[in-house]
Design a protein around this ligand. Structure first.
Ligand code: HPA
Length: 270
């Protein structure tokens, strides 16, 4: 009998023939980054057997395969957040599906609140490490040895080699790319100012509600991982103003050109 992933793989395999090596996940307000793919194939999540469906604003809920800057990609236009009520198994599903399809690298993007006071909304931050504040771990439960070990090493989760290529590309393109530690909070409420002061003391530079489960899942499965945050707002309490979803989506649009240029710059090199 076919597993749930094998059923999805059968469907995807009929549509995606070009053997993509990179999965790009687009975060809130960042779906415009996918618009320039060539030889595009769009697959709505709802058509893929057993695939979860994203409900977050600014997410398109479809898989896109195509070429960007000559590079064969699969793009998730919309991801699955823990705060939407998805289980960690749901969040793992697309990552493991892509692993089974032969994808070797995962590039994660997200919108995040800036904690580091030298950051400004519209900045891009390469994630060099994370802090998981949720008490959840995607790998809790019976380990599937076919993907990876019970106790996977996380000391090199965000791949050094990929990060070097991304940083060099940014430098050559004169894109100001910050680096930092991403703190994963469950959401969906934004943080309190006290929580942000705590995260600052713990060494976080940015905070968000995604990315870490997918990164852990991919790392466990032996995929190489990179993550880039768009600092969409300063985190709670840093400025004397409330945080709105509107602001998060607007900043995503504002950085579109810069983010897209950076992606097109490094994707063919990794
Ligand atoms: N906190 C958590 N997640 C976020 C934020 C924030 O300030 N901005 C965008 N995503």
């Amino acid at each position: 009998m076919k597993t749930r992933i094998e059923e999805a793989l059968g469907y995807i395999g009929k549509h995606i023939k070009n053997q993509p090596k990179i999965l790009l996940v687009l975060g809130s307000g960042l779906s415009a980054l996918a618009e320039e793919t060539l030889e595009t194939i769009l697959i709505p999540y709802k058509d893929i057997p057993n695939f979860p469906i994203s409900t977050a604003p600014g997410h398109k809920s479809r898989l896109r395969s195509g070429k960007l800057a000559g590079c064969e990609l699969v793009i998730m236009e919309g991801r699955f957040h823990y705060y939407e009520g998805y289980s960690m198994d749901d969040i793992a599903f697309p990552v493991r599906l892509m692993k089974r399809l032969g994808v070797e690298k995962l590039v994660l993007t997200n919108a995040a609140g800036g904690i580091n006071r030298t950051f400004r909304p519209g900045d891009l931050m390469l994630i060099h490490d994370h802090i998981n504040m949720t008490g959840q771990n995607l790998l809790i439960g019976k380990n599937d040895d076919a993907y990876g070990p019970r106790f996977p090493d996380m000391s090199r989760l965000y791949d050094k080699n990929l990060n070097e290529i991304i940083l060099n590309t940014a430098k050559n393109m004169s894109v100001d790319l910050k680096t930092g530690v991403y703190a994963f909070m469950s959401g969906p409420s934004f943080e309190t100012p006290a929580e942000i002061r705590m995260l600052e003391i713990l060494g976080a530079d940015a905070v968000g509600m995604s990315t870490v489960p997918e990164a852990v899942c991919a790392g466990h499965a032996g995929m190489k991982v990179a993550g880039i945050s768009c600092i969409s707002n300063m985190a709670a309490g840093i400025l004397d103003q409330p945080i709105t979803e509107q602001e998060v989506l607007e900043t995503g649009l504002m950085v579109k050109e810069k983010f897209s240029a950076l992606l097109k710059g490094f994707l063919p090199l990794i």
